[in-house]
Design a protein around this ligand. Structure first.
Ligand SMILES: NC(=O)c1ccc[n+]([C@@H]2O[C@H](COP(=O)([O-])OP(=O)(O)OC[C@H]3O[C@@H](n4cnc5c(N)ncnc54)[C@H](O)[C@@H]3O)[C@@H](O)[C@H]2O)c1
Length: 156
């Protein structure tokens, strides 16, 4: 059997991750032969909810998923990962200006970019928020960045 691919999903206790994790775990993303180790990152107040998600994933008995690691630590979530889906961020609250939302989320992605640069494999593939990340992940090959707006960085 192939070596497990280590995949991190952030915002793992949130709505988008809830459906994404099942698609990944069932082999819809990396293939039906590819074993996986999932690291699930969320913020500390969401750890109870995240453990609930982990229990549900275990209940599904997805044979490709060899290990699930829930955590609130960027270091633990990103260490030696092959792929990152950066879903987690702050939602827009009532009365919040778009620029305030962008400022708050830029802070999150800057921190995650620095941690990815430090802890992930240098070949890591990253989905989401390329602009901030590409400025912070100086050691990673930028050819692997892709965003939801389908801009693919081809710098190396
Ligand atoms: N759900 C949608 O239809 C939709 C559509 C367009 C855009 N979005 C955006 O996509 C993102 C995720 O959407 P969602 O519906 O899953 O939101 P959600 O609020 O359900 O989940 C977001 C998760 O991210 C977590 N999070 C916040 N800061 C974090 C951090 N620093 N590190 C790790 N996790 C963190 C939150 O605790 C939460 O569990 C949001 O930015 C949202 O605005 C969502």
């Amino acid at each position: 059997m192939a070596t497990p691919l280590k995949v991190c999903v952030t915002g793992a206790a949130g709505q988008i991750a809830y459906s994404l994790l099942y698609q990944i775990g069932h082999g819809d993303v990396f293939g039906k032969e590819q074993p996986l180790i999932l690291t699930l990152l969320d913020i500390t107040p969401m750890m109870n909810a995240l453990h609930g998600v982990v229990m549900e994933l275990h209940d599904c008995a997805m044979t490709l998923v060899k290990e699930i690691v829930p955590t609130d630590s960027e270091e633990e979530a990103f260490r030696d990962i092959d792929v990152a889906f950066l879903v987690g961020s702050m939602p827009r609250r009532e009365g919040m200006l778009r620029k305030d939302l962008l400022t708050a989320n830029a802070k999150i992605f800057r921190s995650q970019g620095l941690s990815l640069d430090k802890f992930a494999k240098k070949t890591v593939k990253v989905r989401e928020r390329c602009a901030v990340l590409s400025l912070t992940m100086v050691g990673v090959h930028r050819v692997f960045f892709a965003s939801y707006s389908h801009i693919i960085f081809v710098m190396s």
